[in-house]
Design a protein around this ligand. Sequence first.
Ligand SMILES: *Cc1c(COP(=O)(O)O)cnc(C)c1O
Length: 242
Amino acid sequence: MNIASRFDLVLERIARAAARANRDPAAITLVAVTKTHPPEVIAEAIAAGARDLGENRVQEAALKIPPLAAAYPDARWHLIGHLQRNKAKTAIELFDMIHSIDSLRLAETLNRLLQERAAGRLPVLLQVNVSGEASKEGFDLPGGIANRAGLEALLPEVERILALPCLEVRGLMTIAPIVADPEQARPVFRALRELRDELARRFPRAAWAELSMGMTDDFEAAIAEGATIVRVGRAIFGERAG
Ligand SMILES: *Cc1c(COP(=O)(O)O)cnc(C)c1O
């Protein structure tokens, strides 16, 4: 199957998962995750209709995005991987949205760089590790909002990030653990949604609309739990070599 057929198939699966959850499929954005793939492969996905594209490494993205952004000015680029502060300056030049805000210090660095550039507000998501897996990046909140001590520690950090004038917090992002059956990932997705609802209640001035969750192996389960952005690589592009 070529990329266009695979892309269409993923859109169909999103529509079916949305229908099962009584949700509008138009409320779910598919981010095609292009990491490891060369520009000509990414161009095929754009020709197939992909407009939201995700990369996880700034260095790789810095080589690939500028020519593609020039050729396809309506494509939107999402940073979905951990961002080191020394790459923050490059990141704000490349990306339209950053899903991986995982510390107050990173948020403050981005805000300062954006202020210097006078480039307006950058849409961001706060990445939260609600599963408790040690290897995952993100603010730690194992157990979700049931973890009252963890929540009380997180709230002041969120409050300070919301006060940064050049960041526009739009919601949360998470990566679920790898499990045998995607249904097993649902509690993690549900925990992120419940945290979002709690933050929206406590900080109603920010827009908490977005939940970036779900990948090739589990995006339908994520949609059942309220995902508004799914990040899909292998189902569109096939297995990655590296
Ligand atoms: C690679 C990656 C994805 C896509 O993973 P697939 O399993 O290829 O769909 C999604 N999110 C993040 C953060 C990634 O690094």
